[in-house]
Design a protein around this ligand. Structure first.
Ligand SMILES: O=C(CO)COP(=O)(O)O
Ligand SMILES: [Zn+2]
Length: 211
């Protein structure tokens, strides 16, 4: 599990899906959450340097001072955001947050539909993402985003944080990574199509898309 988290982080980083020391990943295993430490590059994670929180460590409200973390690593400042998605989505086993450039560019655009920030341009976007709520800007680590994200995540496994970047939950790490990569690919296509007449998929075409 921890090796997979490290390998996924490296892969995302090496392909430019997040930069510097941005982004964070977590996996839920039983009563524990393994999460990347704050201030880490996703390109150079260490399986022994991840933070591990158990439910008695009160990860539910993102506070990790009482009972956890069990390991000495200080968890990401977005732990509360990961916890909000896990609370909202009992089937979720992984959460990925990135500052991927095209999705982040879209998150800075004016005039988006806050209920659904990107059009369904391709079948894989429709399959892997569906609707993408745009959540209002909060500073990184601002726990006021927690209840907002939790409410939105009840019906959506992927969210776009305004002027920040995407976050996606999945039934496993590969699914969460697939969803966030699909957001990035579609954001890029969406930006390429600015000013170009285009045809998003129709509801009927989406309905016929194999999941
Ligand atoms: O993406 C980030 C903040 O939004 C990175 O923060 P952390 O280094 O605490 O994970
Ligand atoms: Zn971030």
């Amino acid at each position: 599990m921890r090796e997979a988290l490290v390998a996924t982080g490296r892969s995302l980083f090496e392909r430019g899906l997040t930069h510097g020391r941005t982004g964070n990943l977590s996996v839920r295993e039983g009563d524990s959450i393994w999460v990347t430490p704050t201030g880490a590059s996703l390109g150079t994670l260490d399986p022994d340097g991840l933070a591990r929180l158990d439910t008695s460590g009160r990860y539910h409200d993102g506070r990790h001072s009482s009972g956890g973390p069990i390991s000495p690593a200080v968890p990401t400042k977005e732990l509360f955001l990961h916890a909000a998605l896990y609370r909202a989505r009992p089937d979720a086993r992984a959460v990925v947050h990135l500052h991927s450039p095209y999705a982040t560019a879209v998150s800075c655009m004016d005039g988006l539909d806050p209920a659904d920030a990107l059009p369904p341009l391709t079948a894989y976007y429709a399959m892997r993402v569906g609707r993408l709520p745009l959540l209002p800007y909060h500073a990184p680590g601002d726990t006021a985003l927690g209840p907002v994200a939790e409410a939105a995540a009840a019906d959506h496994h992927a969210l776009l944080l305004a002027n920040h970047g995407p976050v996606a939950a999945g039934r496993d790490l590969a699914s969460a990574a697939d969803a966030i990569e699909e957001i990035e690919a579609t954001a890029r296509i969406f930006l390429l199509l600015q000013g170009v007449p285009n045809r998003p998929l129709t509801p009927e075409q989406i309905e016929r898309t194999r999941r």
